[in-house]
Design a protein around this ligand. Structure first.
Ligand code: SF4
Ligand code: SF4
Length: 511
């Protein structure tokens, strides 16, 4: 969902807006009415709020009498609101035409009703689910978080996937990103994309791009309703990428698939997992990826999950990570945004903002507003989104806070087939811990940036078996990083890399 606004004439004073929302949630009657608008209408197959807004906008013409009545009330409130904010009603109507905007609004209001106005903010449903639809993969990446390869025997059937999509849609999930394994080789992926799209869900896919170098094939995905594609590229040249991916010709195919999707006009993101293996190529890659026409270049944090746990000597030092993020931030321009899954990127963005800049610094998006009060939003929405804006589903339906969590019982949230999705979202012990930044350990717990960062919880868990542990990838937690390095060298672990990828661990330990 694009939260960027080219015109913020409708931006109310943020402080007042937050106070107003607080009043609503503190007032039992107001909260009751808010929850009523968010109740599900079986006849119109959406919440009453969504149905009423669509009736008001004219994007649908029929509805049950209760939704129709609510649409009249909404029309009155919107007219009044537009007048008091000095904004033409037509402008508001145009903004709301985007159906994803309506879904996002529902999720924000539901979050306020369920969890209150709090830092960090929790929506009524995850904005995005990454669904690893299969474990089958046509590559052998040495950093694969999923340790993918062959299809698992317990993967969900087609019928179960469709039922799962219905559940997620009803819960108010705005976007689904199919991943894997390699989602593009799943025999039913086109059907799943089409089904999700028809449910009004924003559909994305994370792929290695190999089979999508075929233009006709990539077109099939776009025709089915794919709106966003993320293609992995781990280096500036075939040698770097193919050696990491274990497949000759992978780089050429990935680049070709980027070009195909750019030509098709959908949103293209290129993703690179930054490690010791490719860190010196990032600067050159920025220009290359921009010239390819990608809209976003995403620097993935290396996380020692899955096969990645066998190459932890390739993880960046906190200083290197920080320097790379600063270099990347400086290269941002209108043609392409450079973002990162490292939440410390928000801290870099915040420290490098010019005094007159009104950018909201988060690691996943940096929208600019002319109303400086909106910058306070970063404190509500920023930081690690695991179990808050974001969740993951495994090929067998198991759910985790983020794809980078290991598949262990103590961080498993449940299974899409067996449990009530909404119950899990509202009151799960693991999620409740992840949503509390007051209990973070190490410097993360006292850091003044914890509301816009909070560290990557998956890195903390994979390194320390504790979701509240400090993120050892941050310069503020350098002591933890040094302890880890000592542990690795004392345990005398032999990291085995393909012979063309040699890392001098001894030299790294002396960094
Ligand atoms: S100490 Fe933790 S919260 Fe602070 S910047 Fe580092 S990772 Fe983020
Ligand atoms: S744990 Fe949080 S910061 Fe780390 S990858 Fe997952 S969502 Fe992102």
């Amino acid at each position: 969902m694009n939260i960027q606004s080219g015109n913020d004439s409708n931006s109310a004073d943020m402080g007042n807006m937050i106070a107003t929302f607080k009043q609503i949630t503190d007032n039992p009657l107001a909260k009751y009415f808010l929850l009523r608008t968010l109740s599900y209408c079986e006849e119109d197959k959406s919440t009453r709020l969504e149905s009423a807004l669509r009736l008001y906008l004219g994007t649908k013409t029929s509805g049950c009498y209760k939704c129709k009545l609510m649409s009249k009330m909404l029309a009155y409130i919107i007219k009044k609101g537009a007048k008091s904010f000095g904004t033409p009603e037509e402008y508001l109507k145009n903004t709301m035409q985007d159906d994803y905007w309506i879904k996002g609004l529902r999720s924000v209001l539901e979050g306020i009703a369920l969890f209150g106005v709090r830092k960090p903010f929790i929506p009524g449903a995850p904005f995005q689910i990454v669904w690893n639809i299969t474990k089958a993969c046509n590559m052998k990446c040495i950093h694969c978080y999923e340790a993918a390869g062959n299809r698992d025997t317990d993967e969900l059937s087609s019928k179960e996937v469709i039922q799962g999509l219905d559940t997620l849609s009803k819960a108010g999930v705005t976007s689904i990103a199919f991943s894997g394994g390699e989602p593009s080789i799943h025999p039913n992926i086109i059907d799943y994309i089409g089904y999700s799209h028809n449910k009004g869900i924003y559909v994305a896919m994370a792929t290695n791009g190999y089979i999508l170098a075929d233009k006709d094939r990539s077109k099939n995905f776009v025709d089915a309703g794919l709106e966003f594609v993320q293609i992995s590229l781990d280096g500036i040249c075939p040698d770097t990428h193919d050696s990491f991916r274990g497949v000759d010709g992978a780089w050429n195919k990935a680049v070709c698939s980027v070009e195909n999707f750019v030509d098709a006009g959908i949103f293209v993101e290129v993703a690179t997992t930054v490690t010791e293996h490719n860190k010196d190529e990032i600067t050159e890659m920025i220009d290359f990826v921009r010239d390819l026409g990608a809209r976003w270049f995403m620097l993935y944090n290396f996380i020692p999950a899955g096969k990645g746990s066998e190459i932890i000597d390739m993880d960046l030092s906190p200083v290197d990570r920080s320097n790379i993020l600063k270099t990347a931030y400086n290269q941002n321009n209108d043609k392409m945004q450079i973002l990162s899954t490292a939440p410390q990127y928000a801290v870099v963005a915040s420290s490098m903002l010019s005094e007159d800049s009104n950018m909201i610094p988060t690691h996943f998006y940096n929208p600019e507003y002319s109303n400086p009060l909106l910058m306070q939003l970063a404190e509500f929405i920023g930081g690690c989104g695991a179990g808050r804006f974001y969740m993951s589903i495994e090929p067998n339906g198991d759910m985790y806070p983020c794809v980078f969590f290991p598949h262990k019982e103590d961080v498993k949230l449940g299974n899409l087939k067996e449990k009530n999705f909404k119950e899990i979202w509202v009151d799960n012990d693991v999620l409740n811990v992840l949503r509390n930044k007051e209990i973070l350990e190490g410097h993360c717990g006292v850091c003044e940036s914890r509301n816009i960062c909070g560290g990557c919880r998956a890195r903390a868990y994979n390194y320390f078996d504790d979701i509240s542990a400090p993120d050892p990838g941050c310069i503020n937690n350098e002591e933890e990083w040094k302890k880890l390095k000592n542990k690795i060298s004392h345990e005398n672990i032999n990291f085995i890399h393909p012979e063309h990828i040699s890392i001098n661990l001894e030299a790294k330990n002396n960094d």
